[in-house]
Design a protein around this ligand. Structure first.
Ligand code: MRU
Length: 342
């Protein structure tokens, strides 16, 4: 399913609204920068590579929006920065905006609309490239899975979290395409429920065996021998291999380590941030307490109780067995394998 696309007829970025899945398939239309920033912040679209792809299309809308402004280049800079800064953790967001601005260096455009046409081609290519890369990663990762394996995943690192196909779920999809029988345990992923709502939705649609478990069942399931491998996605990977991913990932990695279960991360190079030397330097998004406080608009907490709602955590490199990328599987020491693969 194409869940992100640019309509040339409407001059709009159209997104499958992930807030309402799996209950209803509603489409959210972005006409300008403000809509794109809203869609990113409110998680109409989420998942690091999907955020990057949407941001690239968002730049096209920004270029259209400034057409009647005299100093349109300056106005455009402000708008693209707003897009790049809309969420702090996923490296793909700033990466995509930089890829768009790098593409116009040393080029002359008579108007912002001319630039928007050029940028649309760039955004389409970033989108197509993300899908190609996911399929390549899937091929490498699938070789790690045996017929009959049960793979635990956390959050949603599937087609919905990317341009299409998925990173962690791309590996599962590729293994299934190879004819292997794979069962996925989707941790439900409080509070936004990416695992229960989105991972399960995608896998059911594809006919891939999926079972949903509460986040707090993870260690128990491992102890019972029900998990063969863990594969997760990533929002940002530091130069030393520390991985920022959805809150709860660190706990899954600790439990996997305790039970001798291989723990893999699948991510494209657009998720690596070599400027950041270690995980403690990665900015962690702190989201509104209301996401934890309310379930279906009903408060589940006593009045006035404080809430922690960190959206991501850091899994130290030492807990990671390998990082599946489009250039193969990176092994420890990650400082070296990351530096060698640019
Ligand atoms: O807050 P989200 O839903 O944007 O967080 C998404 C994740 O943490 C994913 O696991 C990550 O982006 C990898 S997506 C291929």
């Amino acid at each position: 399913m194409e869940h992100i696309y640019f309509s040339k007829q409407k001059n709009k970025l159209i997104l499958l609204d992930q807030r309402y899945l799996p209950l209803k398939e509603e489409w959210f239309e972005c006409s300008d920068t403000k809509d794109v920033v809203y869609a990113l912040q409110e998680m109409v679209v989420r998942g690091a590579p999907a955020i990057g792809v949407s941001a690239a299309y968002g730049c096209v809308l920004a270029a259209m929006e400034v057409q009647s402004i005299n100093d349109w280049q300056k106005a455009l800079n402000i708008k693209t920065r707003q897009i790049a800064e809309s969420r702090p953790t996923a490296a793909n967001l700033a990466w995509a905006v930089k890829a768009m601005t790098d593409a116009i260096k040393d080029k002359y455009f008579a108007s912002s609309l001319e630039m928007a046409d050029f940028w649309l081609e760039q955004a389409l290519e970033i989108h197509a490239q993300d899908i190609r890369i996911n399929k390549i990663m899937g091929g490498y990762g699938a070789d790690l899975l045996n017929d009959g394996d049960t793979v635990m995943t956390h959050c949603n690192a599937g087609a919905l979290a990317t341009g299409g196909y998925g990173t962690a779920l791309g590996v599962v999809r590729a293994a299934v395409e190879q004819g292997k029988k794979i069962r996925v345990i989707a941790n439900e992923t409080r509070p936004f429920l990416q695992g229960a709502r989105l991972t399960a939705y995608e896998l059911v649609r594809d006919g891939i065996d999926v079972v949903v478990a509460c986040d707090n069942a993870c260690a128990h399931l491992m102890q019972k021998g029900l998990v063969d491998k863990v594969i997760v996605g990533a929002d940002r990977i530091a130069a030393n291999g520390d991985v920022a991913n959805k809150i709860g990932t660190y706990g899954v990695a600790l439990a996997a380590d305790r039970h001798g279960i291989p723990f893999y991360v699948a991510a494209p190079f657009s998720t690596f941030d070599r400027e950041v030397l270690s995980g403690d330097l990665i900015p962690i998004e702190n989201r509104t307490p209301d996401e934890v406080r309310f379930i279906n608009n009903v408060s589940i907490l006593p009045q006035g109780v404080e809430v922690y709602n960190f959206a991501f955590d850091i899994t130290p490199a030492e807990l990671i067995t390998g990082i599946i990328t489009e250039k193969g599987i990176l092994k420890k020491p990650f400082e070296r394998s990351i530096a060698e693969n640019r």
